[in-house]
Design a protein around this ligand. Sequence first.
Ligand SMILES: *[C@@H]1O[C@H](CO)[C@@H](O)[C@H](O)[C@H]1NC(C)=O
Ligand SMILES: *[C@@H]1O[C@H](CO)[C@@H](O)[C@H](O)[C@H]1NC(C)=O
Ligand SMILES: *[C@@H]1O[C@H](CO)[C@@H](O)[C@H](O)[C@H]1NC(C)=O
Ligand SMILES: *[C@@H]1O[C@H](CO)[C@@H](O)[C@H](O)[C@H]1NC(C)=O
Ligand SMILES: *[C@@H]1O[C@H](CO)[C@@H](O)[C@H](O)[C@H]1NC(C)=O
Length: 376
Amino acid sequence: MPLSDPKWKAARTFGFRSLIVLCFLGGLFTYYKLDIKFVKSDMRARQVRPPVLCVPGDSNCSTEWQHNQPQEAAAVDMEPDTILLIWMWPFGYKFDLNCSDFKIKKCHLTDNKALYDKAHGVLFHHREIHGNLENLPKEPSPWFQKWVWLNMESPANSGPIPEITHLFNLTSTYRLDSNVPVPYGHLEPVTSEDESFKIPAKDKLVCWIVSNWKSHFRRVQFYNELKKHVHIHTYGKAFGSDISDQDYSKIVPTCKFYLSFENSVYKDYITEKLYSPMKLGTVPIVLGTSRQNYEEHIPGDSFIHVDDFSTPKKLADRLLYLDKNNSEYTAYFNWTKKFKVKMTWFGKEHACKTCGYIQKHRVYEYVHDLNKWYWD
Ligand SMILES: *[C@@H]1O[C@H](CO)[C@@H](O)[C@H](O)[C@H]1NC(C)=O
Ligand SMILES: *[C@@H]1O[C@H](CO)[C@@H](O)[C@H](O)[C@H]1NC(C)=O
Ligand SMILES: *[C@@H]1O[C@H](CO)[C@@H](O)[C@H](O)[C@H]1NC(C)=O
Ligand SMILES: *[C@@H]1O[C@H](CO)[C@@H](O)[C@H](O)[C@H]1NC(C)=O
Ligand SMILES: *[C@@H]1O[C@H](CO)[C@@H](O)[C@H](O)[C@H]1NC(C)=O
């Protein structure tokens, strides 16, 4: 299912993988309202990197689908009642068009532009229309058709397009207030079939893998202070070592804590930098949106927030204390008794969920001033 791709290995920067894919499905979530979430990365980095990411080490994360492109880019369920046209493949990467993983039925996803006049929805990925509105359909849309705006980048990592602010009927982003929210990952209940979680063996206290280094990033400033008080094992392009997916999934579990520092701070902007380490059995130290916002996505006792401490030194002291007190450290994994992490399947998950949404909402809808909603 999800994958990581050799192609991007070359380009990858771990700290910023652009996308994550999730492999999963999700239904039952009731306690946490999440559905699913995802990943993002920097625009620059993205040019080369494929949109999907999965957690390194997840055996179900393979890049097969990218290499074995579906013979035919369309899957038709029995008696489809809803057609969703993928106008251009996000980042140019295809995915198979079968929504059965999401338990969504009667959807016909297609990339066949000849179906434009019949499509109930048309999906546009921000990146593919940014800077080139020529890519948009030239013909007027049929009255029943909804245009859907897909973007997983934070506002800082993607620019507004003035011309499109009143163009769309629906949004699908990592934000929970999107019409079709698709976070970079989410928790779902464990079942009796799941293996019980065990904390992996640890030989390092704090680790960080990062590629995108800009001295004005809050995370860089925080790191520079924190490292004065506790040793941090660093990897990634920013430190002169490019880390493969395999290395990532080997290193992260051996760390008691991982710096899940986002490159920009926005509501709900919680990426694979959080979900991958959680999935790999490490306690995330988060820097990004507020603790309260994180707690809308994951249990409050599953992570450490840098804002819980008045100074980086106090955080370092806490980490050094937890290094010595195993019972307190272990309590950060209590969530694993009830939940497991599911990563999001970039593109495919948006398409399937959007189709499912359109099926259930046959009414007139439109996005009032997209640019204001997203960028203000
Ligand atoms: C991978 O998929 C198989 C079959 O769907 C499932 O049994 C297995 O638990 C999955 N493994 C992981 C690591 O998710
Ligand atoms: C979608 O996948 C499911 C399960 O693998 C399969 O049973 C179904 O026939 C597939 N549907 C299409 C249209 O390919
Ligand atoms: C470890 O933490 C527990 C729970 O807070 C506490 O009862 C215990 O005294 C601590 N042990 C040490 C060695 O600090
Ligand atoms: C975590 O789980 C352990 C064992 O089940 C329990 O003793 C402890 O109270 C829990 N800690 C928290 C903070 O809920
Ligand atoms: C979609 O949005 C456009 C532009 O706001 C609007 O003209 C159209 O009626 C909407 N269509 C539907 C089906 O809601």
